[in-house]
Design a protein around this ligand. Structure first.
Ligand code: 72M
Ligand code: MG
Length: 214
């Protein structure tokens, strides 16, 4: 049977990237998706904005919603200092299997932990299961209609603290209008839009950075 898009992306990583070198895993995926087969990774242009937010914050505890092939988990994980941890949630077992391989090929298996399952099921259990108190940084890149429910769930579960930064991909394309309205109107957040482009294309897209004021 035919391979899947994520499996073909993984093969490109295994064939072309240097093992243990996150930078080469990232550049191989970007080159492959730009020149051979598009995939919904945050990509190099929005990835540069993601890098600057993470580097400035230097977070110890990070949550990612929607691992897909692990591109942004590698992008974030490579910037974390020793002792810092990224938990990434992915409910599609096929994508999770590919992402584990990509994360391992980048040599980040001790920094990035992939948890298989739905954000709605796992968010209420992160404290008791992983001993997480609050998150410093959260990257939202899963189904866009799930962004709003999950930020509210994170509030309810008290997993945000004064200064927690949430960064949401695709707030223009495909778009997350209800999420945008919420973070921009709520007095709980200081929100700002970073204009960019949909990965590997000329279409407009952007990231919304929201700081929880607690
Ligand atoms: C019309 C149109 C189509 C596509 C695009 C292009 C485009 C560009 C982009 O950067 C995009 O991020 C997307 C996009 O749709 N992303 C959805 C990404 C989901 C991943 O997350 C997983 N997941 C989804 N819900 C959950 C959940 N609750 N708990 C755990 N994992 C979840 C899935 O299993 C996938 O691994 C699309 C632009 C416009
Ligand atoms: Mg995205």
């Amino acid at each position: 049977t035919r391979t899947t898009r994520p499996q073909r992306l993984l093969k490109a990583v295994q064939d072309r990237a240097i093992r243990g070198n996150p930078k080469s895993v990232i550049s191989v995926i970007d080159h492959y998706c730009r020149n051979q087969e598009w995939a919904m990774n945050v990509g190099d242009e929005k990835g540069f904005i993601l890098d600057s937010v993470v580097s400035e914050l230097n977070p110890q505890t990070v949550l990612e919603l929607g691992t897909y092939c692990g591109y942004s988990a590698v992008r974030i994980g490579r910037l974390l200092h020793s002792g810092a941890r990224l938990l990434t949630l992915e409910f599609n077992p096929d994508y999770a299997a590919v992402a584990r391989e990509v994360i391992s090929w980048a040599g980040l298996e001790n920094t990035v932990q992939l948890v298989e399952g739905a954000s709605g099921d796992w968010i209420p259990r992160l404290r008791e299961h992983f001993g997480i108190h609050t998150f410093d940084f959260i990257f939202l890149d899963h189904w866009k209609e799930g962004y709003l429910a999950d930020i509210k769930l994170l509030e309810e579960c008290r997993l945000l603290r004064k200064g927690t930064v949430l960064l949401a991909d695709n707030v223009v394309c495909p778009g997350a209008p209800d999420y945008l309205e919420y973070v921009r109107k709520s007095p709980l957040y200081d929100s700002r839009y970073f204009k960019s482009h949909l990965e590997y294309t000329k279409a407009e897209d952007g990231l919304e950075k929201s700081v929880y004021l607690g």
